[in-house]
Design a protein around this ligand. Structure first.
Ligand SMILES: Cc1cc2nc3c(=O)[nH]c(=O)nc-3n(C[C@H](O)[C@H](O)[C@H](O)COP(=O)(O)OP(=O)(O)OC[C@H]3O[C@@H](n4cnc5c(N)ncnc54)[C@H](O)[C@@H]3O)c2cc1C
Length: 430
Protein backbone atom coordinates (compact mmCIF):
# COMPACT_ATOMS: atom_id res chain seq x y z
CA UNK A 1 0.00 0.00 0.00
CA UNK A 2 1.30 3.50 -0.88
CA UNK A 3 1.97 5.79 2.09
CA UNK A 4 0.24 9.15 2.13
CA UNK A 5 2.32 11.78 0.32
CA UNK A 6 3.76 14.60 2.43
CA UNK A 7 3.50 17.93 0.61
CA UNK A 8 5.14 21.32 1.32
CA UNK A 9 3.42 23.16 4.17
CA UNK A 10 0.90 25.70 3.01
CA UNK A 11 2.89 28.96 2.86
CA UNK A 12 3.52 32.00 0.70
CA UNK A 13 6.51 30.11 -0.71
CA UNK A 14 4.59 26.95 -1.61
CA UNK A 15 1.97 29.14 -3.31
CA UNK A 16 4.61 30.84 -5.47
CA UNK A 17 6.79 27.93 -6.63
CA UNK A 18 8.35 28.62 -10.05
CA UNK A 19 8.18 25.08 -11.35
CA UNK A 20 6.64 22.06 -9.62
CA UNK A 21 8.76 18.97 -10.26
CA UNK A 22 7.90 15.64 -8.65
CA UNK A 23 10.75 13.22 -8.10
CA UNK A 24 9.98 9.49 -7.84
CA UNK A 25 9.78 7.27 -4.76
CA UNK A 26 12.68 4.80 -4.42
CA UNK A 27 11.28 1.35 -5.21
CA UNK A 28 14.38 -0.80 -5.78
CA UNK A 29 17.76 -1.67 -4.30
CA UNK A 30 20.44 0.58 -5.75
CA UNK A 31 24.06 1.52 -5.09
CA UNK A 32 25.96 4.77 -5.34
CA UNK A 33 29.21 6.47 -4.35
CA UNK A 34 27.38 8.85 -2.02
CA UNK A 35 23.93 8.77 -0.46
CA UNK A 36 22.53 11.94 1.11
CA UNK A 37 19.60 11.81 3.52
CA UNK A 38 17.64 15.09 3.67
CA UNK A 39 16.96 17.43 0.75
CA UNK A 40 17.13 20.87 2.33
CA UNK A 41 19.91 23.34 1.50
CA UNK A 42 22.52 21.15 3.22
CA UNK A 43 21.66 17.95 1.37
CA UNK A 44 20.84 19.49 -2.01
CA UNK A 45 24.02 21.57 -2.10
CA UNK A 46 26.22 18.70 -0.95
CA UNK A 47 24.74 16.73 -3.84
CA UNK A 48 25.29 19.62 -6.25
CA UNK A 49 28.91 20.10 -5.17
CA UNK A 50 29.65 16.38 -5.49
CA UNK A 51 27.93 16.10 -8.88
CA UNK A 52 30.11 18.97 -10.12
CA UNK A 53 33.13 16.92 -9.05
CA UNK A 54 31.84 13.92 -11.02
CA UNK A 55 30.50 11.78 -8.14
CA UNK A 56 27.55 9.42 -8.48
CA UNK A 57 25.06 10.67 -5.88
CA UNK A 58 21.65 9.60 -4.56
CA UNK A 59 19.62 12.19 -2.63
CA UNK A 60 16.51 11.14 -0.68
CA UNK A 61 13.93 13.04 1.35
CA UNK A 62 11.09 11.67 3.43
CA UNK A 63 8.85 14.42 2.03
CA UNK A 64 9.65 16.90 -0.75
CA UNK A 65 12.73 18.88 -1.80
CA UNK A 66 12.84 21.87 0.59
CA UNK A 67 10.05 20.49 2.76
CA UNK A 68 11.95 21.28 5.99
CA UNK A 69 13.31 24.61 7.22
CA UNK A 70 14.91 25.35 3.84
CA UNK A 71 11.57 25.83 2.11
CA UNK A 72 9.84 27.67 4.95
CA UNK A 73 12.30 30.19 6.34
CA UNK A 74 12.46 33.98 6.47
CA UNK A 75 14.58 34.07 3.33
CA UNK A 76 17.16 36.25 5.04
CA UNK A 77 20.52 35.63 3.43
CA UNK A 78 22.83 36.70 6.21
CA UNK A 79 26.63 36.59 6.44
CA UNK A 80 28.14 34.75 9.41
CA UNK A 81 28.64 31.05 10.03
CA UNK A 82 27.58 31.18 13.64
CA UNK A 83 25.09 33.08 15.75
CA UNK A 84 27.79 33.47 18.38
CA UNK A 85 29.89 36.63 18.61
CA UNK A 86 32.37 34.92 20.89
CA UNK A 87 34.76 33.44 18.35
CA UNK A 88 37.68 33.56 20.80
CA UNK A 89 36.33 30.71 22.89
CA UNK A 90 37.62 28.29 20.22
CA UNK A 91 41.14 29.72 20.04
CA UNK A 92 42.34 32.23 17.44
CA UNK A 93 43.09 29.87 14.52
CA UNK A 94 39.64 28.25 14.66
CA UNK A 95 38.07 31.67 15.36
CA UNK A 96 39.49 33.19 12.16
CA UNK A 97 38.58 30.09 10.08
CA UNK A 98 35.00 30.08 11.37
CA UNK A 99 34.69 33.82 10.86
CA UNK A 100 35.97 33.53 7.26
CA UNK A 101 33.46 30.77 6.45
CA UNK A 102 30.75 33.17 7.55
CA UNK A 103 32.17 36.12 5.65
CA UNK A 104 32.21 34.10 2.41
CA UNK A 105 28.98 32.12 2.65
CA UNK A 106 26.55 34.64 1.13
CA UNK A 107 28.81 35.03 -1.91
CA UNK A 108 28.70 31.26 -2.33
CA UNK A 109 24.90 31.45 -2.59
CA UNK A 110 25.13 34.30 -5.12
CA UNK A 111 27.56 32.23 -7.23
CA UNK A 112 25.18 29.26 -7.23
CA UNK A 113 22.22 31.46 -8.20
CA UNK A 114 24.24 32.96 -11.03
CA UNK A 115 25.82 29.72 -12.25
CA UNK A 116 22.48 27.89 -12.54
CA UNK A 117 20.34 30.97 -13.33
CA UNK A 118 17.94 30.32 -10.46
CA UNK A 119 14.99 32.71 -10.21
CA UNK A 120 14.58 33.33 -6.48
CA UNK A 121 13.91 37.07 -6.07
CA UNK A 122 17.37 37.87 -4.69
CA UNK A 123 17.59 41.39 -3.19
CA UNK A 124 20.71 42.92 -1.63
CA UNK A 125 20.98 44.59 1.80
CA UNK A 126 20.27 43.65 5.41
CA UNK A 127 19.76 45.86 8.43
CA UNK A 128 20.13 44.56 11.95
CA UNK A 129 18.14 46.79 14.28
CA UNK A 130 18.91 47.59 17.94
CA UNK A 131 16.18 47.97 20.55
CA UNK A 132 18.45 49.19 23.35
CA UNK A 133 21.95 50.44 24.15
CA UNK A 134 23.41 47.06 24.91
CA UNK A 135 22.32 45.79 21.45
CA UNK A 136 23.73 48.91 19.78
CA UNK A 137 27.05 48.30 21.57
CA UNK A 138 26.97 44.74 20.24
CA UNK A 139 26.69 46.09 16.68
CA UNK A 140 29.52 48.59 17.20
CA UNK A 141 31.75 45.78 18.52
CA UNK A 142 30.78 43.45 15.65
CA UNK A 143 31.58 46.09 13.03
CA UNK A 144 34.98 46.67 14.61
CA UNK A 145 35.75 42.93 14.76
CA UNK A 146 34.50 42.07 11.25
CA UNK A 147 36.45 44.93 9.70
CA UNK A 148 39.57 43.92 11.64
CA UNK A 149 39.18 40.33 10.40
CA UNK A 150 38.83 41.51 6.78
CA UNK A 151 35.13 41.64 5.79
CA UNK A 152 34.90 42.52 2.08
CA UNK A 153 31.43 44.12 2.18
CA UNK A 154 30.36 47.44 3.76
CA UNK A 155 29.06 47.64 7.31
CA UNK A 156 27.39 50.97 8.12
CA UNK A 157 26.09 52.03 11.52
CA UNK A 158 22.94 54.19 11.59
CA UNK A 159 21.53 56.12 14.55
CA UNK A 160 17.97 56.70 15.76
CA UNK A 161 17.31 59.48 13.23
CA UNK A 162 18.87 57.72 10.26
CA UNK A 163 17.19 54.37 10.82
CA UNK A 164 13.81 55.86 9.92
CA UNK A 165 15.15 56.16 6.35
CA UNK A 166 15.27 52.38 6.24
CA UNK A 167 12.54 51.02 8.54
CA UNK A 168 9.34 52.93 9.40
CA UNK A 169 9.18 51.92 13.05
CA UNK A 170 9.84 54.06 16.11
CA UNK A 171 11.02 51.02 18.14
CA UNK A 172 14.67 51.15 17.19
CA UNK A 173 17.53 53.25 18.52
CA UNK A 174 19.85 52.41 15.63
CA UNK A 175 21.16 49.60 13.52
CA UNK A 176 23.83 48.28 11.20
CA UNK A 177 23.52 47.80 7.45
CA UNK A 178 25.40 44.90 5.86
CA UNK A 179 25.74 45.27 2.10
CA UNK A 180 26.93 41.64 1.87
CA UNK A 181 23.62 40.17 3.07
CA UNK A 182 20.13 40.27 1.57
CA UNK A 183 17.00 38.21 1.06
CA UNK A 184 15.43 35.71 -1.35
CA UNK A 185 12.67 33.14 -1.96
CA UNK A 186 14.19 30.12 -0.20
CA UNK A 187 11.93 27.39 -1.60
CA UNK A 188 12.54 28.48 -5.20
CA UNK A 189 16.27 28.57 -4.45
CA UNK A 190 16.25 25.04 -3.01
CA UNK A 191 14.09 23.67 -5.84
CA UNK A 192 16.32 25.40 -8.42
CA UNK A 193 19.43 23.90 -6.84
CA UNK A 194 17.83 20.44 -6.83
CA UNK A 195 16.96 20.77 -10.50
CA UNK A 196 20.55 21.79 -11.25
CA UNK A 197 21.78 18.74 -9.31
CA UNK A 198 19.37 16.44 -11.17
CA UNK A 199 20.58 17.89 -14.49
CA UNK A 200 24.13 16.99 -13.43
CA UNK A 201 23.07 13.39 -12.84
CA UNK A 202 22.07 13.26 -9.16
CA UNK A 203 19.33 10.65 -8.58
CA UNK A 204 16.65 12.29 -6.43
CA UNK A 205 13.90 10.44 -4.59
CA UNK A 206 11.08 12.12 -2.67
CA UNK A 207 8.64 10.50 -0.21
CA UNK A 208 11.55 8.19 0.61
CA UNK A 209 12.40 8.09 4.29
CA UNK A 210 15.65 6.58 5.56
CA UNK A 211 14.43 4.11 8.18
CA UNK A 212 17.70 2.50 9.18
CA UNK A 213 21.39 3.04 8.59
CA UNK A 214 23.72 0.04 8.69
CA UNK A 215 27.31 1.34 8.95
CA UNK A 216 30.24 -0.43 7.34
CA UNK A 217 32.80 -0.12 4.56
CA UNK A 218 29.72 0.30 2.43
CA UNK A 219 26.79 1.86 4.27
CA UNK A 220 23.34 0.34 3.73
CA UNK A 221 20.39 2.74 3.99
CA UNK A 222 17.00 1.05 4.28
CA UNK A 223 13.77 2.71 3.13
CA UNK A 224 10.21 1.38 2.94
CA UNK A 225 10.37 0.15 -0.67
CA UNK A 226 14.07 -0.07 -1.45
CA UNK A 227 17.62 0.38 -0.22
CA UNK A 228 20.80 2.23 -1.10
CA UNK A 229 24.29 0.85 -0.73
CA UNK A 230 26.82 3.69 -0.68
CA UNK A 231 30.53 4.24 -0.05
CA UNK A 232 29.71 7.46 1.82
CA UNK A 233 26.62 8.69 3.63
CA UNK A 234 25.72 12.28 4.51
CA UNK A 235 23.06 12.86 7.16
CA UNK A 236 21.38 16.21 6.50
CA UNK A 237 18.07 15.86 8.36
CA UNK A 238 18.86 18.74 10.75
CA UNK A 239 15.93 19.47 13.11
CA UNK A 240 13.93 16.68 11.46
CA UNK A 241 16.51 13.89 11.97
CA UNK A 242 14.22 12.29 14.57
CA UNK A 243 14.97 8.71 15.56
CA UNK A 244 17.23 7.95 12.61
CA UNK A 245 20.27 8.94 14.64
CA UNK A 246 19.77 9.51 18.39
CA UNK A 247 23.32 10.86 18.84
CA UNK A 248 22.79 13.66 16.30
CA UNK A 249 19.34 14.33 17.74
CA UNK A 250 20.83 14.84 21.22
CA UNK A 251 23.32 17.40 19.90
CA UNK A 252 20.53 19.83 18.94
CA UNK A 253 17.30 21.27 20.31
CA UNK A 254 14.51 21.53 17.72
CA UNK A 255 12.85 24.93 18.16
CA UNK A 256 9.86 26.31 16.34
CA UNK A 257 9.81 29.59 14.45
CA UNK A 258 6.82 30.99 12.56
CA UNK A 259 6.07 33.46 9.78
CA UNK A 260 3.04 35.36 8.50
CA UNK A 261 2.61 36.90 5.07
CA UNK A 262 0.27 39.87 4.75
CA UNK A 263 -1.72 40.74 1.67
CA UNK A 264 0.35 42.74 -0.89
CA UNK A 265 0.99 46.29 0.34
CA UNK A 266 1.29 47.96 -3.04
CA UNK A 267 4.30 49.96 -4.24
CA UNK A 268 3.85 53.11 -2.25
CA UNK A 269 3.06 51.55 1.12
CA UNK A 270 5.85 48.98 0.75
CA UNK A 271 8.35 51.74 0.00
CA UNK A 272 7.21 53.70 3.04
CA UNK A 273 7.65 50.66 5.28
CA UNK A 274 11.10 49.32 4.30
CA UNK A 275 12.24 51.94 1.85
CA UNK A 276 15.42 50.24 0.57
CA UNK A 277 13.78 46.77 0.49
CA UNK A 278 16.31 45.24 2.89
CA UNK A 279 15.92 42.23 5.15
CA UNK A 280 15.43 43.32 8.78
CA UNK A 281 16.19 41.45 11.99
CA UNK A 282 16.32 42.60 15.61
CA UNK A 283 18.92 41.46 18.12
CA UNK A 284 16.66 39.86 20.71
CA UNK A 285 17.33 36.19 21.43
CA UNK A 286 13.67 35.55 20.63
CA UNK A 287 13.86 37.78 17.65
CA UNK A 288 11.57 39.46 15.11
CA UNK A 289 12.68 39.17 11.48
CA UNK A 290 10.92 40.56 8.45
CA UNK A 291 11.20 41.65 4.83
CA UNK A 292 9.11 42.36 1.77
CA UNK A 293 8.37 39.61 -0.74
CA UNK A 294 8.70 40.16 -4.48
CA UNK A 295 4.97 40.94 -4.66
CA UNK A 296 5.34 43.36 -1.71
CA UNK A 297 3.78 41.45 1.13
CA UNK A 298 5.33 41.85 4.54
CA UNK A 299 6.78 38.48 5.61
CA UNK A 300 7.06 38.80 9.37
CA UNK A 301 8.63 36.05 11.49
CA UNK A 302 9.41 35.34 15.10
CA UNK A 303 7.94 33.64 18.19
CA UNK A 304 10.30 30.84 18.96
CA UNK A 305 9.39 28.01 21.23
CA UNK A 306 11.73 25.29 22.30
CA UNK A 307 9.18 22.49 22.40
CA UNK A 308 9.68 21.89 18.66
CA UNK A 309 5.88 21.81 18.38
CA UNK A 310 4.00 24.22 16.16
CA UNK A 311 2.15 26.82 18.27
CA UNK A 312 -1.57 27.42 17.82
CA UNK A 313 -2.93 30.67 16.34
CA UNK A 314 0.30 31.64 14.58
CA UNK A 315 -1.49 34.33 12.60
CA UNK A 316 -2.98 36.09 15.64
CA UNK A 317 0.17 35.87 17.75
CA UNK A 318 2.51 37.10 15.05
CA UNK A 319 0.07 39.80 13.97
CA UNK A 320 0.33 41.23 17.49
CA UNK A 321 4.10 41.28 17.23
CA UNK A 322 3.93 42.83 13.78
CA UNK A 323 1.62 45.59 15.08
CA UNK A 324 4.05 46.24 17.92
CA UNK A 325 6.64 47.12 15.26
CA UNK A 326 4.30 48.67 12.67
CA UNK A 327 1.04 49.84 14.34
CA UNK A 328 -0.18 51.34 11.05
CA UNK A 329 -0.58 47.90 9.48
CA UNK A 330 -3.70 47.06 11.53
CA UNK A 331 -5.93 47.01 8.42
CA UNK A 332 -3.87 44.36 6.60
CA UNK A 333 -5.23 40.89 5.96
CA UNK A 334 -2.96 37.95 6.83
CA UNK A 335 -2.90 35.63 3.81
CA UNK A 336 -0.51 32.91 5.01
CA UNK A 337 0.80 31.67 8.37
CA UNK A 338 3.17 28.74 8.87
CA UNK A 339 5.93 27.40 11.08
CA UNK A 340 8.95 25.16 10.91
CA UNK A 341 11.69 23.68 13.04
CA UNK A 342 15.22 24.97 13.39
CA UNK A 343 17.99 22.98 15.08
CA UNK A 344 19.59 24.98 17.85
CA UNK A 345 23.05 23.95 19.02
CA UNK A 346 24.31 24.82 22.48
CA UNK A 347 27.09 27.14 21.22
CA UNK A 348 24.95 28.35 18.33
CA UNK A 349 27.50 27.18 15.78
CA UNK A 350 26.78 24.59 13.08
CA UNK A 351 27.95 21.08 13.90
CA UNK A 352 29.88 19.36 11.11
CA UNK A 353 31.75 16.11 11.40
CA UNK A 354 31.98 12.38 10.85
CA UNK A 355 30.15 9.69 12.81
CA UNK A 356 32.41 7.05 11.24
CA UNK A 357 35.08 7.29 8.53
CA UNK A 358 32.39 7.39 5.81
CA UNK A 359 29.29 8.82 7.55
CA UNK A 360 29.21 12.63 7.57
CA UNK A 361 26.74 15.09 9.10
CA UNK A 362 25.98 18.78 9.28
CA UNK A 363 23.28 20.34 11.45
CA UNK A 364 22.55 22.90 14.17
CA UNK A 365 22.50 26.18 12.23
CA UNK A 366 20.50 27.68 15.10
CA UNK A 367 17.98 29.58 12.99
CA UNK A 368 20.65 31.07 10.75
CA UNK A 369 21.22 28.59 7.99
CA UNK A 370 20.29 29.91 4.55
CA UNK A 371 23.86 30.95 3.75
CA UNK A 372 25.82 28.71 6.21
CA UNK A 373 24.22 25.51 4.83
CA UNK A 374 25.77 26.32 1.47
CA UNK A 375 29.22 26.61 3.07
CA UNK A 376 28.64 23.44 5.11
CA UNK A 377 27.73 21.58 1.90
CA UNK A 378 30.96 22.72 0.25
CA UNK A 379 32.96 21.59 3.30
CA UNK A 380 31.36 18.13 3.40
CA UNK A 381 31.66 17.59 -0.36
CA UNK A 382 35.32 18.61 -0.16
CA UNK A 383 35.90 16.24 2.77
CA UNK A 384 34.48 13.37 0.71
CA UNK A 385 36.69 14.27 -2.24
CA UNK A 386 39.70 14.79 0.09
CA UNK A 387 40.25 18.35 -1.15
CA UNK A 388 39.72 20.51 1.95
CA UNK A 389 40.20 19.46 5.57
CA UNK A 390 38.00 22.19 7.06
CA UNK A 391 35.74 19.51 8.52
CA UNK A 392 38.64 18.42 10.73
CA UNK A 393 39.19 22.01 11.91
CA UNK A 394 35.50 22.28 12.79
CA UNK A 395 35.54 18.85 14.43
CA UNK A 396 37.89 20.33 17.03
CA UNK A 397 34.98 22.37 18.40
CA UNK A 398 33.51 20.31 21.20
CA UNK A 399 29.72 20.04 20.95
CA UNK A 400 27.62 19.20 23.92
CA UNK A 401 25.27 16.22 23.73
CA UNK A 402 22.08 16.71 25.68
CA UNK A 403 20.61 13.91 27.72
CA UNK A 404 17.64 12.27 26.00
CA UNK A 405 14.22 11.59 27.45
CA UNK A 406 12.07 13.76 29.61
CA UNK A 407 14.63 16.49 30.31
CA UNK A 408 14.20 17.70 26.81
CA UNK A 409 10.46 17.46 26.75
CA UNK A 410 8.34 20.58 26.34
CA UNK A 411 8.24 21.89 29.96
CA UNK A 412 12.03 21.92 30.26
CA UNK A 413 12.33 23.69 26.91
CA UNK A 414 9.69 26.22 27.91
CA UNK A 415 11.75 27.05 30.98
CA UNK A 416 14.68 27.70 28.66
CA UNK A 417 12.47 30.07 26.67
CA UNK A 418 11.54 31.95 29.81
CA UNK A 419 15.22 32.40 30.58
CA UNK A 420 15.86 33.96 27.17
CA UNK A 421 12.80 36.22 27.43
CA UNK A 422 14.05 37.44 30.79
CA UNK A 423 17.51 38.06 29.30
CA UNK A 424 15.98 40.19 26.50
CA UNK A 425 13.81 42.05 29.03
CA UNK A 426 16.79 42.88 31.27
CA UNK A 427 18.80 44.05 28.25
CA UNK A 428 15.90 46.32 27.24
CA UNK A 429 16.28 48.11 30.59
CA UNK A 430 19.96 48.79 29.99
C1 LIG B 1 10.44 29.54 10.21
C2 LIG B 1 11.91 29.56 9.96
C3 LIG B 1 12.54 30.75 9.64
C4 LIG B 1 13.92 30.79 9.38
N1 LIG B 1 14.47 31.95 8.92
C5 LIG B 1 15.76 31.97 8.52
C6 LIG B 1 16.29 33.11 7.87
O1 LIG B 1 15.57 34.07 7.58
N2 LIG B 1 17.62 33.11 7.56
C7 LIG B 1 18.42 32.03 7.83
O2 LIG B 1 19.62 32.10 7.54
N3 LIG B 1 17.91 30.90 8.38
C8 LIG B 1 16.62 30.83 8.71
N4 LIG B 1 16.08 29.68 9.22
C9 LIG B 1 16.96 28.51 9.37
C10 LIG B 1 17.23 27.79 8.05
O3 LIG B 1 16.06 27.67 7.31
C11 LIG B 1 17.86 26.41 8.33
O4 LIG B 1 19.01 26.57 9.12
C12 LIG B 1 18.24 25.66 7.07
O5 LIG B 1 17.24 25.70 6.10
C13 LIG B 1 18.59 24.22 7.41
O6 LIG B 1 18.72 23.48 6.23
P1 LIG B 1 18.95 21.93 6.25
O7 LIG B 1 19.06 21.48 4.86
O8 LIG B 1 20.10 21.60 7.15
O9 LIG B 1 17.66 21.33 6.98
P2 LIG B 1 16.07 21.26 6.48
O10 LIG B 1 15.88 22.29 5.45
O11 LIG B 1 15.28 21.25 7.67
O12 LIG B 1 16.07 19.88 5.71
C14 LIG B 1 16.10 18.64 6.36
C15 LIG B 1 15.40 17.62 5.45
O13 LIG B 1 15.72 16.32 5.92
C16 LIG B 1 14.61 15.49 5.64
N5 LIG B 1 14.74 14.30 6.49
C17 LIG B 1 14.86 14.25 7.84
N6 LIG B 1 14.96 12.97 8.26
C18 LIG B 1 14.92 12.20 7.14
C19 LIG B 1 14.96 10.78 6.91
N7 LIG B 1 15.04 9.89 7.91
N8 LIG B 1 14.89 10.33 5.63
C20 LIG B 1 14.80 11.20 4.60
N9 LIG B 1 14.72 12.54 4.77
C21 LIG B 1 14.79 13.04 6.01
C22 LIG B 1 13.41 16.38 5.97
O14 LIG B 1 12.24 15.92 5.33
C23 LIG B 1 13.88 17.74 5.47
O15 LIG B 1 13.40 18.02 4.17
C24 LIG B 1 14.71 29.61 9.51
C25 LIG B 1 14.09 28.41 9.84
C26 LIG B 1 12.71 28.37 10.05
C27 LIG B 1 12.05 27.07 10.39
Amino acid sequence: MENKKIEHVSSYYAATINEAINYPVLKEDISSEVCIVGAGFTGVNTALNLAKKGYKVVLIDSARIGWGASGRNGGQLISGFTFSDKFERWGEDIAQSVWKLGADCTDLVRQTIEEFEIQCDLKEGFIEVALNNSQMNELVARKEEWERRGYQHNLTLVDKNQIKNYVASSNYIGGMIDSGSGHLHPLNLCLGEAKAAANLGVSIYEQTKALKVNPGKEVLIETAHGSIKAKNLVLAGNAYIGKLNPKLRRMIMPANSCIIATEPLGNERAKQLISKDMAVCDLNTILDYYRLSADQRLLFGGRWNYSGKEPKNIDQNLRKRMLNVFPDLHDLRIDYAWGGNVAVSMHRIPQLGRLTENIFYSQGYSGHGVAPTHMAAKIIASAISNEWDMIDTLSRIKHIQLPGGKWFSSPAMSLGMLFYRLKDFLASKS
